[in-house]
Design a protein around this ligand. Structure first.
Ligand code: GLN
Length: 212
């Protein structure tokens, strides 16, 4: 199938793929999904969450998103989606929100506990707040260009979690950390695939909808 045919096939499916749009790089995720032929549902209120087939939680600021999840009334709706096993992709702040436990967060920040990982906010340290590199990701033929912006560090992963990619920690020779993890229907990355216009993790999310 050509790329255009694939896009047309996806567009015809009329999936309802939500992008949590309270804060962060919403537009970039919408653009990547559009590139794949999916017009996502921009989720700002509980009314936007009906019959979603998948959810993307963008990068941004997890503490701010937590506050907005509460004030918008969206927190219970997202918790329900987690219980329902909805396919999800969380990038950076999205990874933090979906993690089971958050270190160095605000005490009242939300953890949806959708994936059994412990993350430390801004854990790569002051001297490496942001960096870019190419990563091998399990299941992808070509390396993925990864943009890290004040990323969380994955401190530990539970037994049911697949580590799909790791990064060499800048400035710490020999130290590697997981940066793409999967458990069941939830995939999280500590970098921003949406910022380099790479749609492969989003395509993987859509393939999980298809599998339903
Ligand atoms: N440091 C941010 C947080 O705590 C995440 C950064 C990002 O999403 N680029 O939520």
């Amino acid at each position: 199938m050509s790329v255009a045919e694939e896009r047309a096939a996806l567009a015809s499916r009329r999936w309802r793929v939500g992008v949590l749009a309270l804060q962060g790089d919403v537009r970039e995720h919408v653009a990547v999904l559009g590139m794949l032929g999916v017009e996502p549902v921009v989720v700002r209120t509980p009314d936007d969450t009906g019959r979603l087939d998948a959810l993307v939680i963008p990068g941004g600021e997890s503490t701010t998103m937590s506050l907005l999840l509460r004030s918008s009334g969206l927190e219970p709706a997202v918790r329900q989606m987690v219980r329902d096993g909805l396919p999800m992709l969380g990038t950076c702040a999205g990874m933090i929100l979906l993690a089971k436990e958050v270190l160095d967060g605000r005490p009242d920040q939300i953890s949806f506990a959708a994936i059994d990982v412990v993350v430390r906010r801004n854990g790569f340290g002051r001297q490496v707040r942001s960096f870019e590199t190419d990563l091998d990701v399990k299941g992808l033929d070509e390396p993925m260009h990864a943009v890290f912006i004040r990323p969380p560090v994955v401190e530990s992963v539970g037994p049911g979690v697949d580590v799909l990619a790791e990064v060499d920690v800048p400035g710490s020779p020999g130290e590697r950390r997981p940066v793409v993890c999967r458990q069941g229907n939830v995939v999280v990355s500590s970098f921003h695939p949406e910022l380099s216009g790479d749609g492969r993790l989003h395509a993987e999310l859509l393939s999980r909808v298809e599998g339903d």
